[in-house]
Design a binder for this molecule. Sequence first.
Ligand SMILES: *Cc1c(COP(=O)(O)O)cnc(C)c1O
Length: 383
Amino acid sequence: MTWQQRIDGALEQRRATGSFRIRQVNHQGSGRFLEQGDTRYLNFSSNDYLGISHHPEVIRAWQDGAEKYGVGSGGSGHVTGYNEAHRQFEEQLADWLGYPRALLFISGFAANQALITALTEKPDRILADKLSHASLLEAAMLSPAQLRRFAHNDVAALKTLLAQPIDGQKLVITEGVFSMDGDEAPLAEIARATLEAQGLLLVDDAHGIGVLGAEGRGSCYQQHVKPDLLVVTFGKAFGASGAAVLCSESMADYLLQFARHLIYSTAMPPAQACALSAALKVIRRDDSRREQLRANIARFRAGAGQLPLKLMASQTAIQPLIVGENEAAVSLAVTLRERGFWLTAIRPPTVPAGSARLRVTLTASHTVEDIDLLLEALYDATR
Ligand SMILES: *Cc1c(COP(=O)(O)O)cnc(C)c1O
């Protein structure tokens, strides 16, 4: 078989199973509206949960940062790329979340890969929630350690795995809020079990940070838990991109020695750190955004409870509507799009077979009227 035959075969298989992935160009996609061609849709697929991607203070901070520092960092943080704007934002993050140190990464995907590969060795065991994000599970599979997945949010199953004696160390991985179901992990119980087994706990709070807890400190703060490694990302509630790892002094020093995604990769532009710093200020002080989001979630759930679709037990911005079969989920998304709503159908293998769904994400930019319009359209489409 040649390279070309291998590639053509893989593409053919994707098309045959109806799972061929494409991207669609838009002129505007992160906020309340998504614009494509001449059409404007109400956007219920964005992770910009607090509507910060278009915040004037954040845009101004990015512009000012670019004026001052240029558009790029000029290198890896280990060479010339570590700017005062990075250091200041790291200190603000550490102070906000109550950790000794914060380290910036270019993305959540990179942060998770870096942590898992820098920390684990051959005799170790990684115990990860079965529904953990692809970046965590993939890094765990590529790492020299053994990966064991435990049933979703099942602390008893985790304890059984933790009780098995092994030669190496144990790394426990879960998320604050799960990206496809919107439900939350029992972090206090997981932290206790991990501590008892002398394991290390990594919590990825991509969807909880900014949104949950006082001043948006996230799932861990809300559940009074301080994991050894807290990963927060800036592509969701911060409205931009990038990530940080919150940890102890010695862990930060260790990662600076061994995290290859830090050492061999260009640091985030300093101007972006300036923008993220401005976003953090808005997140800490502006409770009204979280309140609007909570009100939108409550309104959506009350209305969606009347639909012939299954709602998940989610109190967060992620509100999946389970349709079941792939074709039905796609056809519902198409019907809604024709009525002016942008929603994404999520199919296996991203979610378990038979649980194809519309992944509705609500944001603080939506008005109560937006939510009611969506509910009406859903009601008409499923009647
Ligand atoms: C989005 C997401 C990531 C990836 O973060 P990026 O910054 O987009 O690379 C990692 N983990 C979880 C749980 C996510 O939802």
